[in-house]
Design a protein around this ligand. Structure first.
Ligand SMILES: [Zn+2]
Length: 432
């Protein structure tokens, strides 16, 4: 609970425990002190004068969640990517803001947009950073790099040849991108195939070399073994989807490739919840009417695909490949704001402990960004981006559904009505 008196710039939160984003450290019965947008101290509650701060009870303070994979231009309403073709950049930017704002309520204080059109989400990130809009930190790759006609070409990132790719990476760095997105295989865009690599090995290597020279991490969309092998050899930082599919679409886990991923230092975002979201939607429809043939086949394919992806993710863990959280929010049926926690729960189901699942959406996710910051951590000097949960998420991730307070850059941006209503000393928006 925030300090009920004193300077508006200082807040104190007394919680039963602080869980840091490293997946290990727990500080019991602590007071977290926030000043001017940063955490300045974490001290034992016993050293705090009795009436200086109202205890929040059996509450846990964790770092603000970081979703490494969203598409804010899209709405998670099942419409295909082709839907954005007739929408102006202005509307896409406004849609993106509505999507971004939804993340805060679930405790997501940073999102990385891995594919949007032109500068729509780069501009949104700037507007939030300058305080014009209240939202999570929006980091963005800008338009995703794809070969001419490749998956996501509608976002205007078509590029060919190593020289072309180098220039495109430099342009994104100049425009303020926080990461480079490479579309290394086909995907859901009409006319592309999941099972075919999109770029040559030279093109991928040029992209990664140039991005790393500019201090930017590289995320690669890969939905087949061939694409994965290329991306791992090129040295990408984040493998998005990372599906082990043969050219004919057969699932086959390849232990040697898993070892190569682990050795490369890349993290994997297995996007388990995207399939779950489609299955849930099919079940909603079938509770109202019988599914037609196409829908039934899709549901069968998704049920099989979910089993395969779960098996793959659990075996990647056996090979010590770090799994990180990205909801793919905006694509298929993944609504903005709810997918992040669902992906964390999906990762827990395949083998992460609750604390590890939290690290996968905080400290370990931040490590992928190659930024020398304390993002995703709760420690003195770190940005005051955190969430207070009712309960102990270390015992079970259901506590993530009980958000009491969300603090972004030292400001309360969301609070649950009852117990958190007394949080004092701060407002809920800019200028408060
Ligand atoms: Zn995606």
């Amino acid at each position: 609970m925030g300090s009920m008196s004193g300077s508006e710039a200082t807040m104190r939160f007394r919680v039963a425990r602080v869980l840091d984003g490293d997946g290990r450290s727990v500080t019991p019965d602590a007071v977290v002190v926030v000043e001017d947008g940063r955490i300045v101290d974490i001290r034992p509650a016993s050293t705090e004068p009795a009436d200086s701060v109202v205890p929040l009870g059996d509450a846990t303070l964790i770092p603000g969640l970081l979703d490494l994979h969203v598409h804010l231009n899209m709405r998670g309403d099942g419409r295909p990517i082709e839907d954005i073709q007739d929408v102006s950049d202005g509307v896409l930017a406004l849609r993106s803001y509505a999507g971004a704002a939804a993340y805060l309520r679930s405790g997501v204080t940073t999102v990385l947009d891995l594919g949007s059109r032109n500068a729509t989400t780069l501009d949104l990130g700037t507007a939030i950073e300058e305080g014009t809009l209240v939202g999570p930190t929006v980091l963005s790759s800008g338009s995703p790099l794809t070969r001419t006609g490749g998956h996501m070409w509608l976002m205007n990132g078509e590029v060919d040849g190593a020289d072309g790719i180098r220039k495109a990476v430099r342009e994104r760095s100049k425009a303020g991108a926080s990461a480079i997105k490479l579309v290394a295989t086909g995907g859901a865009t009409r006319g592309t195939s999941w099972f075919q690599p999109s770029f040559t090995a030279d093109e991928l290597r040029a992209a990664v070399d140039e991005a790393h020279a500019l201090g930017l991490p590289v995320a690669a969309h890969c939905t087949s073994i061939a694409g994965l092998e290329q991306a791992v050899r090129a040295g990408v930082d984040l493998l998005v989807h990372a599906f082990f599919y043969e050219p004919d679409g057969t699932y086959r886990f390849r232990p040697d490739l898993a070892d190569a991923i682990a050795a490369s230092g890349a993290s994997v975002n297995p996007t388990l919840h995207t399939v779950e979201s489609r299955i849930a939607e099919a079940r909603r429809i079938s509770s109202r009417r019988p599914l037609d043939t196409v829908e039934r086949r899709q549901l069968e394919a998704d049920l099989r695909g979910l089993d395969e992806r779960r098996e793959m993710a659990s075996r990647l863990l056996d090979h010590e490949v770090p799994l990180v959280v990205g909801s793919d929010g905006g694509f298929t049926q993944v609504r903005h704001g709810i997918g992040t926690v669902r992906e964390m729960k999906a990762l827990a189901e395949v083998g992460l402990s609750p604390a590890q699942a939290i690290a996968a959406a905080t400290g370990n996710a931040a490590a992928v960004l190659r930024q020398p910051t304390d993002l995703g951590r709760v420690r003195p000097g770190a940005p005051a981006d955190f969430v207070v949960l009712d309960g102990d998420p270390g015992r079970g991730l259901e506590a993530l559904d009980d958000v009491l307070v969300v603090v972004k850059a030292g400001r309360v941006v969301h609070r649950r009505d009852d117990r958190a209503a007394g949080v004092g000393g701060v407002g809920t928006g800019p200028g408060a």
